[in-house]
Design a protein. Structure first.
Lengths: 277, 294
């Protein structure tokens, strides 16, 4: 480690301790020292992550790796306690339920022609789950393909039906909109002309935009015909429609990122520095 | 290097620094930004507002602390509105890092209910919120799509116990509540792609009224579902949360943050204009030099 880096590290540590002590003095309660440590640590980690905006550095890397490690460990614990202890154990064994301090649910599963006790049925996911771990043992690693095949097959089957309906059929049907909304002739249209958001003109204009947008967007992705003449012009409109969509997404993305910055600023100014209430 | 070259090759660190300075100034100096409420947010508010007392609102919170700044204000405003209207709240957290945060949010909002408050001219007396009677928090289970399909049959299949380890059958609120048929509607507040599953698997299969509150990054991709009627409302990012706070007359972090959003957006637009002016002037200059044979 370079001398400069050591000095910077020492200064950071010094500021951390100083901040911790000052923060502990402002917190009431029995856990003041611990709470002050956690707030100070979170603040320094926030600043460490933000330091990447200047350039990549050791503090950023430390915060990043810490986050990944803690998240992975937390996920594993949540998975164990919520799924294995929360779901499996109460249905598997009375003794195990007692050992983990969860109520035993027991019960039977009635198929009509056959009644099975819960524990018997739940041995299937246990066995498949164990097979997944066999991947760590090369000799029997092939067994892990069975549960994987089950998972992939199940999801493929379910997704096909679900997404076909929600992302394909429903979306197509929602573009079949009437271009003349509540149409009773030109006289009626001009007599009741209004620019209100729920008015006839706006509804017709919106539907026209949807219709043209979909047609021109599809034309842009149709490559079997050269994009010239009227077809080319429609294709140009299509790319404009796409650009407007991307622009809207980008605008929302900027807002999202600024929201994250606001969240961190709130934490730094309110919880750590206590400048604002 | 002329001024236009400099405009185009501005070090990004100056942009960051300027943006942070402006955000901090906007944060410290209070000023109000008018909020215009969109129909897609109003429809969520109206839906909850017109539910009868005792109806169950299902609020799946599928986000983790990373999306807290955007989505927590939505949770706060909606759950508080539900409890002030004496609705019951059923909640899940299908994001791995979410359950602890959701539990904390429930406790904080329950604490805020102990104070008398006036919203939209109506004074609500203080109320003690009791777990199992006013709300039930089911917690986390992996594989959201599978969990949703199982919940469609019976909430007890994926969640035999609630987040606190209590069997669902022993909770007064859950008596006679079996599946999505027994809820009035759902508002999914999500920072993950679980919203896709709520739309495709849960709403698509079990056909209950669903609205969503999502992060700004993913808002635009969910608008088609609003047009197709698969969802009845959408709150997009912090702006959506601010609109909801405005409607609920419950100003919180989102509405407060709108002035920082405004300042930051102006800065970003300013830099976009600077970059574009630099680009076009540079191009014009190069063309002129080519014409003059230099």
């Amino acid at each position: 480690m370079k001398r400069t880096s050591l000095i910077v590290f020492a200064v950071v540590c010094l500021i951390f301790v100083l901040s911790w002590v000052l923060k502990a003095g402002t917190i009431d309660g029995d856990n003041a020292i611990q709470d002050a440590f956690l707030v100070t640590l979170a603040s320094f980690l926030t600043l460490a992550i933000m330091s990447f905006m200047y350039k990549d550095n050791a503090y950023y890397k430390f915060a990043e790796h810490l986050f990944v490690g803690v998240s992975a460990a937390y996920w594993m614990c949540v998975g164990f306690w919520s799924t294995i202890v929360g779901n499996l154990v109460p249905r598997l064994s009375e003794g195990l339920s007692e050992a983990f301090g969860v109520p035993y649910l027991g019960g039977e599963l009635d198929f009509g022609f056959l009644t099975l006790p819960y524990p018997l049925l739940y041995f299937i996911p246990i066995i498949l789950g164990a097979f997944l771990l066999f991947r760590l043992v090369p000799k029997v690693g092939w067994l892990s393909r069975w549960p994987l095949a089950f998972i992939v097959g199940t999801f493929a089957g379910l997704n096909l039906v679900r997404y076909l309906r929600s992302d394909f059929m429903s979306q197509i049907s929602s573009t079949f909109v009437p271009l003349l909304v509540d149409w009773h002739g030109f006289g009626h249209f001009f007599a009741n002309f209004s620019l209100a958001a729920d008015g006839q003109f706006v509804a017709m204009f919106s539907n026209l935009v949807i219709f043209l947008g979909v047609v021109c967007g599809l034309i842009y992705f149709f490559f079997s015909k050269e994009h010239t003449g009227l077809f080319g012009k429609a294709s140009r409109v299509g790319i404009w429609i796409l650009m407007i969509t991307f622009g809207a997404s980008f605008g929302y993305t900027v807002m999202g990122r600024i929201s994250l910055l606001v969240g961190r600023l709130t934490f730094l100014f309110k919880d750590w520095l206590g400048i604002i209430s | 290097m002329n001024i236009f070259d400099k405009m185009m090759s501005l070090d990004r660190r100056w942009v960051f620094l300027f943006l942070i300075v402006v955000c901090v100034i906007a944060y410290i100096v209070p000023f109000e930004v008018p909020i215009i409420v969109e129909p897609e947010v109003r429809s969520i508010f109206n839906f909850i507002d017109t539910l009868p007392k005792g109806a169950i609102m299902f609020i799946p919170l599928d986000y983790d602390p990373g999306s807290m700044a955007e989505l927590h204000p939505m949770t706060w405003a909606i759950v508080e509105q539900c409890w002030r209207k004496e609705l019951k709240v059923l909640m899940t957290a299908l994001s791995q890092n979410g359950p602890g945060m959701a539990d904390q949010a429930l406790r904080d909002i329950a604490d805020s209910m102990l104070v008398e408050k006036t919203y939209n001219g109506v004074t609500y007396p203080p109320r003690e919120i009791i777990n199992g009677i006013d709300y039930c928090f089911l917690g986390y289970k992996p594989y959201p799509s599978m969990v949703m399909l199982a919940m469609g049959q019976n909430f007890r299949l994926p969640f035999p116990l609630d987040y606190y380890g209590v069997p669902l059958d022993s909770l007064p609120m859950m008596q006679g509540v079996n599946n999505f048929d027994d809820i009035a509607g759902a508002v999914n507040i999500s920072g993950t792609n679980s919203t896709d599953y709520w739309i495709s698997y849960a709403q698509g299969r079990f056909n209950f009224p669903l609205a969503i509150g999502v992060t700004g990054v993913s808002t635009a991709q969910y608008y088609p579902y609003l047009g197709s009627g698969q969802i009845f409302g959408i709150m997009g990012g912090m702006l959506g949360a601010a609109e909801y706070e405005e409607l609920a007359d419950n100003p919180g972090n989102a509405k407060d943050s709108m002035r920082i959003q405004l300042a930051a957006h102006l800065v970003i637009i300013g830099f976009v204009i600077i970059g574009n002016v630099g680009y076009f002037m540079n191009r014009r200059q190069k063309k002129r030099m080519q014409r003059e044979g230099r």
